[in-house]
Design a protein around this ligand. Structure first.
Ligand code: SAM
Length: 267
């Protein structure tokens, strides 16, 4: 595989336009990013210094949500918008406790897909599908999905910082409704999503220079993604307060509160 800026990339990838997956990787201290991603990330941090902390809290949320799912007896996971593998990937958390757990990753970004495939080369019970997560038929109909997941059993569904990259014209509410519909009773959905305010509007402007536009939503719109699932305490909450509620000592940075987090169960 060719390299750009020392990062292995599939041919055809344009590293000159930053991508959300690679900016997030850079914010978390990863190395699968290009000069353009790092330059953009520095500008983002200069204007919105809380965004690195927000990325770290988000990754913490993912870990805690997977642990809650494992505790609830869930042994299969669908991670939508899984990103570039970094510390604490879903299969690593799940396999540490329950090696029999099965994990299907979905992302549409070529670098994220390539690096996940490399990481999973010798891993059983985890695989990657490159797809638009909004194409529910493509995701659920993929042969690897059908091999990896048994939808008659409870599923851990993760949509962690995914849907704020999805425009209204892709109808994210309907997409989520379709995923919720296939969940067996006992399944758990975990989601984070950027909340709309003046600062996030500035992030929207900045992100226009990347491959991923950002669409923050109101609290009601984000709550709507959970449909009639039972949202667990503390409800849909700023990610920092959500983690604090789980007994995790985190810096209650107001900026990072712009990311709302929630976990909900299907009866
Ligand atoms: C900020 S990363 C989040 C990674 C991981 N979920 C986490 O929270 O740690 C967002 C990921 O969503 C992916 N993404 C954005 N829109 C997508 C779509 N429509 N279908 C699949 N993946 C998408 C991006 O490529 C990126 O890898």
């Amino acid at each position: 595989m060719p390299t750009q800026d020392g990062v292995r990339v599939p041919s055809g990838v344009d590293g000159s336009v930053p991508s959300a997956a690679r900016i997030y990787d850079w914010l978390l201290g990863g190395s699968h990013n290009f000069e353009a991603d790092r330059r953009f990330g520095q500008q983002l941090l200069a204007q919105h210094p809380y965004t690195r902390h927000m990325a770290m809290l988000n990754r913490n949320f993912l870990r805690v949500a997977v642990e809650m799912m494992l505790e609830a007896g869930i042994r299969q996971f669908l991670d939508l918008g899984s990103g570039i593998p970094t510390v604490g990937n879903v299969h690593e958390i799940a396999h540490r406790h329950h090696p029999e757990s099965r994990v299907l990753y979905v992302d549409n970004e070529a670098v994220a897909v390539a690096h996940t495939e490399i990481l999973l080369k010798d891993t059983e019970n985890a695989t990657m599908v490159q797809s638009d997560a909004c194409d529910v038929d493509a995701v659920l109909g993929d042969e690897r999905t059908r091999e990896m997941l048994d939808l008659s059993q409870p599923l851990g569904l993760l949509a962690v910082t995914l849907f704020h990259y999805v425009a209204e014209e892709s109808d994210p509410a309907r997409v989520m409704a379709r995923y919720r519909d296939v969940l067996a009773p006992g399944s758990v959905l975990a989601m984070t999503h950027l909340f709309t305010d003046r600062a996030t509007e500035e992030i929207v402007e900045l992100m226009r220079r990347t491959q991923n536009n950002v669409f923050p939503r109101t609290r009601e719109e984000i709550a709507g993604f959970f449909g009639d699932l039972d949202v667990e305490e503390p409800g849909l909450a700023p990610v920092s307060s959500w983690l604090a509620h789980q007994g995790i000592d985190v810096d209650q940075d107001a900026g990072a509160g712009r990311l709302l987090a929630g976990v909900a169960r299907k009866r």
